[in-house]
Structures are given as C-alpha cells and as structure tokens.
Design a protein around this ligand. Sequence first.
Ligand code: SF4
Ligand code: SF4
Length: 193
Amino acid sequence: MMPIPGSGLAKGLAVTLRTMTKRSHTAQYPEVQPELPPRSRGVIGLFEENCTVCMLCARECPDWCIYIDSHKETVPASTPGGRERSRNVLDRFAIDFSLCMYCGICIEVCPFDALFWSPEFEYAETDIHDLTHERDKLREWMWTVPAPPALDPAAEEPKEVAAARKAVEKAEAAAAAAAAAAAETTATPEADA
Ligand code: SF4
Ligand code: SF4
C-alpha cells in the first residue's frame, strides 16, 4: 500500500508534541551530583598492604597501562637456624587512566584483593600526563571505595574471620586463666593467716 503523502511528517510532529508535554529529566550536574550505583566503575583504588607485586594485573591488562617497579629484599630468619627469605618491595605502582578502558580485568585477576573499584569519577585533567595516578593517589581513592555488601546471615563464616575469632577467644581464655591463678595465689596466704 502506498504511504499517504505527509504521513511521516505528521507522525514526527505527533512525537514532538507528545515529548514537549513531558517533564524533562536533565540532571543539573555539577550542582546536583548523580546518584550512582555503589559498584560503578569510576576509578581504581590500590590497597598497597595487600599487594605482593605478583605482576598479574600488569600482565593481564589489555592496554598495558599498569606500571609496576619493585626490588627484592632479604628478610632475616625469624628463628635461630631458620632460613632467610626474600620478598618483593613495591617501588612504583601507577595506572594511566588516559589508556584504561575500565574493563576491570586487573581487579578480577588480583589474587590478593589489592585493587578495588571506586565510583568517583571527577578526576578530569587538562594535561593528559596527570591522568597517570601514582601509588599515593591510588591509595587515596581507597577512602572512596564503598563497603562490601553484608554477608547473608545464613552464610558460612569466612575462614579468615573464623581463624581470627578463635585466636581472640584463645587469648581471652588464657588471660582469664592467668588472672584466676594470680587471684588464687594472692588469696591463699590470707586464708592461711
Ligand atoms: S581496568 Fe582494564 S584497562 Fe584499566 S587498568 Fe585494569 S585491566 Fe587495564
Ligand atoms: S595482581 Fe594484585 S597483588 Fe599482584 S601486583 Fe597487581 S595489585 Fe599487586
């Protein structure tokens, strides 16, 4: 069937009229901050204490935009006759956000939970070199990483938490036993007298 001449124009005008009567959803950024989901991919934070300099993140990054430098240090034996150990010490950890494509692979592959997403996105720069964030800046982003969602109440207690709880309970029991023994020792001479 042949289209009626001008029907396309009429449809277009109808859409325009319908849209004109609706409220606008324009966000007044930056006066009004957007409400982003907590797990938004804004910037990457580095929790340096967890990083063992295994280099997995740098190797898996498809853009090669993670720069890591390190050196080895010898740790003396902790017990007499024990062996010295060597450990990696981080010298530089940087991410170039002008190359990063926010794929999240580095965060996924990190075996030691040293990298996290933060929803912060306001770090535009006028100089592209400033988009390379060094370790201090990456650490600062950690303050903006949201807390993980609470565990399901029926979930099994994480192994680390269970081990820490047992250690605390053991230390408390030992302290209570020592206090009881001390009280008994001080009470005995009075009873004898
Ligand atoms: S998010 Fe992807 S591109 Fe960006 S640093 Fe991590 S692995 Fe590389
Ligand atoms: S994968 Fe994790 S632990 Fe390994 S170098 Fe990267 S941030 Fe550090």
